[in-house]
Write a protein that binds this ligand. Structure first.
Ligand SMILES: Cc1cc2nc3c(=O)[nH]c(=O)nc-3n(C[C@H](O)[C@H](O)[C@H](O)COP(=O)(O)O)c2cc1C
Length: 336
């Protein structure tokens, strides 16, 4: 069975990879992920805030007043929680490259064009096989338009592209008014791949302490559906290859992601919850399933359930929406 796939300019033995997370932050854990069969590993992010002096200072400022006021608290993790400083991050890329045979993808996380993007070049020099640029951002300013926001994301991607030759993926959030258009612009700006999607970490409110509480809840398979929808819409509409990130816990989830159009399937929560051996099981069951169903290769399955063959995807989406809303019935006073 040929499970090989090309993602972000990299030839992978199969699509299942470890997504950006603490898994790669420790060499021994990363080696165990490789032994469990991971086709590649993505490092946790190095943040713009870690690379820019003034913003970094403001994080310290927030820490100082961390417990003083609801608004100032818990927006940023304590600086000590950034696992590796910027120089250690580069050293860690070298260490991973020296000890692993699978591709190592570095991750840079930021939202504005500027000097910090030069660090992408240093990541390349340190040996990263590709770079994932995460543009996590929540618009909170009523004066900021969606055009300004999207222009900034595209400019950020273009400025990273300028300093590196290795392939670049952009990790996006799902909440854009016209996602396919943004993806087309990023494609033009030189992105090789799109990662769908970031998860939003939504702080809760502690009503007794009057504090916001960061909540890091691991995902479950229900989060996959949003990814499946957008993978299937974008597949065939962009030159960029697509990765699924979010809600992949089983081999069935991974199969759905590939059928929708993902060349790469990233897993984090499932590994953190069940241990790295879980990855080995998913890889094994994934392959078994394709053999049982008599696929000859992964390529045959890729995008097979996407909307690329649908003559009018917009009408299809609308029809599905209506069908879903008309599918309920009331039986004995309850909706079934
Ligand atoms: C503990 C933890 C740390 C993470 N760190 C990063 C990070 O540094 N950079 C990043 O782009 N995503 C990070 N993520 C997000 C994951 O890469 C992934 O997009 C998200 O967890 C959804 O995938 P999942 O459903 O398989 O967990 C992190 C997730 C978790 C749970």
């Amino acid at each position: 069975m040929d499970l090989s796939t090309t993602y972000c300019g990299l030839k992978l033995k199969h699509p299942l990879v470890v997504g950006a997370s603490p898994v790669a932050a420790d060499l021994e854990t990363a080696q165990r992920a490789q032994d469990a069969g991971a086709a590649a590993i993505i490092m946790h992010s190095l943040f713009e805030e870690q690379l820019i002096g003034e913003r970094h200072a403001s994080i310290y400022h927030m820490e100082l007043y961390a417990n003083a006021h609801l608004e100032a608290h818990s927006y940023f993790p304590p600086v000590s929680d950034y696992r590796l400083g910027k120089h250690e991050y580069l050293d860690h890329i070298r260490k991973l490259k020296k000890n692993l045979s699978i591709p190592v993808i570095a991750s840079l996380n930021g939202t504005s064009p500027g000097g910090w993007t030069d660090w992408a070049g240093l990541m390349e020099q340190a040996g990263a096989d590709a770079l994932e640029l995460n543009v996590y951002y929540i618009a909170t300013d009523p004066q900021e338009t969606c055009w300004q926001l999207e222009d900034r994301i595209v400019e950020t991607a273009a400025s990273v592209r300028k300093v590196i030759k290795i392939p670049m993926a952009v990790k996006l959030s799902p909440f854009f008014g016209a996602l396919p258009h943004l993806v087309a612009r990023l494609d033009d700006a030189g992105a090789d791949s799109m990662v769908l999607f970031n998860r939003f970490y939504q702080p809760d409110i502690d009503i007794a302490e009057l504090e916001t509480r960061p909540t890091l809840r691991l995902s479950d398979s229900s989060e996959l559906l949003l990814r499946l929808r957008w993978l299937s819409i974008l597949f065939g509409q962009t030159h960029a290859t697509l990765a699924c990130s979010g809600g992949v816990h089983t081999h069935e989830d991974a199969i759905k992601a590939v059928m929708a159009g993902a060349s790469c399937v990233q897993m984090v929560s499932a590994i953190l919850r069940n241990g790295i051996r879980h990855l080995a099981e998913v890889v094994r069951e994934f392959e078994n399933w394709l053999i049982q169903k008599e696929y000859r290769s992964l390529k045959q399955m890729l995008g097979s359930m996407s909307q690329s063959h649908c003559p009018d995807p917009q009408a299809f989406e609308r029809a599905n929406y209506m069908r879903t809303l008309h599918s309920w019935r009331v039986q004995g006073g309850v909706v079934v």
